[in-house]
Ligand binder design. Structure first.
Ligand SMILES: Cc1cc2nc3c(=O)[nH]c(=O)nc-3n(C[C@H](O)[C@H](O)[C@H](O)COP(=O)(O)O)c2cc1C
Length: 392
């Protein structure tokens, strides 16, 4: 039996990922900041919301599809940008992008990816049936960020996602303990960790080495694009001085849908939309930046009230099952983004693993949508909750 054939739900996928990856990489991908209160709260927020069933409704014809930026997606989900995908699997970003295309949902490529942006576009872009969004943090050297935006525009990315909630990085005491750094440095603790995971070394690092050399952040500007070696090679520093006016400047440079990711208040949502954003992602970075943040599902109604009539509202952080998507959509999100879930999938089995995770979400979403008496996504609203959340 393969690793993947033993995975029947997301918990199995996570366990397969935990076994396969060096501990440092698994923890980097799976864990949250500091005491991991935000990470736990994101999931607890969904768990607190109970659904009201409605039976004996004619559900013979159901439709999980919805529209985002004027085009149909198979169900209300997109894959979030995640920097470590290329360490979970050889060219992990490509595996995710292909899985998203196969499932009929968008994929977001981070500027921090290990797989080059051109490869993603060539193999999983429009011509291959994919919908690609591009995400970046604004760098201190702003001109480099604008060159990156220009490149994404020329390559035909559909939407630009600007992440605003993690410029200061995060404290990762567990990674100090296990020796993992991003990018990788070959310190004794991490070398020992890799030695305990020979299949990962052969399947991931070995394949990079066979195909050109140790992994590196392929999209970084030339002066930062170094091979991962014993010395820690840092990428460009994030800007710590950008303000909302910066979003306005990005707006001028990007003609397509502009998404601001990392919104946790109605006020910030309004500021983003006032600067020209077409969409906002209610997100706390999966509990990886600020600890003690509010659960995103608890903040969603405030953001929908603030900008729901002017912009597309998306949500991420804590999506682990189909009913989470049902709840987010019922509270006004157009769709959700998933980060860790599909990373577990690729770590367990590459593209096929991510496809299995997406299929799991789709099946659970469809069933739960039916159990609350809804035939289509637009039927989902506050009435599906046993105790509807108090409106802001
Ligand atoms: C390993 C990892 C790397 C990430 N890298 C990025 C990134 O490069 N850019 C970004 O905007 N968000 C990044 N995120 C945050 C995700 O886009 C998303 O907000 C978060 O994972 C959602 O929470 P979830 O993992 O509970 O689904 C990363 C998340 C993880 C788990």
């Amino acid at each position: 039996m393969t690793r993947l054939s033993r995975c029947h739900d997301l918990a199995d996928m996570r366990e397969a990922a935990r076994r396969h990856l060096p501990k440092g990489i698994f923890e980097f991908m799976d864990r949250g900041a500091e005491r991991e209160l935000s990470l736990a709260e994101n999931m607890a927020g969904f768990e607190r919301l109970k659904l009201r069933t409605r039976f004996l409704v004619d559900l013979s014809e159901r439709d999980m599809g919805t529209e985002i930026f004027g085009k149909r997606i198979a169900f209300p989900l997109a894959i979030a940008p995640t920097g470590a995908a290329g360490l979970c699997w050889y060219q992990g970003e490509l595996a995710l992008a292909k899985a998203a295309a196969a499932a009929g949902v968008p994929f977001t490529l981070t500027a921090n990816s290990i797989t080059a942006i051109d490869t993603i576009v060539k193999e999983a872009g429009k011509e291959a049936g994919g919908r690609l969004w591009f995400q970046l943090y604004m760098w201190k050297e702003e001109d480099l960020s604008f060159q990156m935006i220009e490149r994404a525009k020329k390559l035909g990315f559909e939407a630009l996602v600007v992440t605003i909630d993690a410029a200061l990085g995060r404290t990762r005491e567990y990674n100090d303990r296990n020796g993992f750094t991003d990018p990788i440095s070959l310190n004794p603790r991490f070398v020992m960790d890799m030695a305990r995971h020979p299949r990962w070394v052969a399947g991931v690092i070995g394949r990079y080495v066979m195909n050109g050399g140790m992994p590196r952040h392929e999209n970084y500007p030339d002066k930062y694009r170094r091979r991962i070696t014993t010395a820690q090679s840092k990428g460009p520093a994030n800007s710590h001085s950008m303000t909302w006016e910066g979003i306005g400047r990005i707006r001028k440079a990007w003609p397509g849908p502009l998404v601001v990711k990392g919104i946790l208040s109605g006020d910030d949502a309004r500021r983003a939309v006032d600067q020209g954003a077409d969409a906002v992602v209610v997100s706390n970075h999966g509990g990886r930046a600020l600890d003690s943040a509010i659960a995103t599902i608890d903040m969603l109604p405030e953001v929908v009230k603030a900008v729901g009539d002017r912009a597309t509202v998306l949500l991420d952080s804590g999506i682990r099952q189909g009913s989470d998507i049902v709840k987010a959509v019922a509270l006004g999100a157009k769709a959700v983004l998933v980060g860790r879930a599909t990373l577990y999938g690729i770590a367990a089995g590459g593209q096929a693993g991510a496809e299995k995770v997406l299929a799991l979400f789709a099946t659970q979403f469809e069933k739960n949508m039916g159990y609350v008496g809804c035939r289509r996504v637009s039927d989902l609203n506050h009435d599906i909750f046993a105790h509807p959340p108090v409106q802001p």
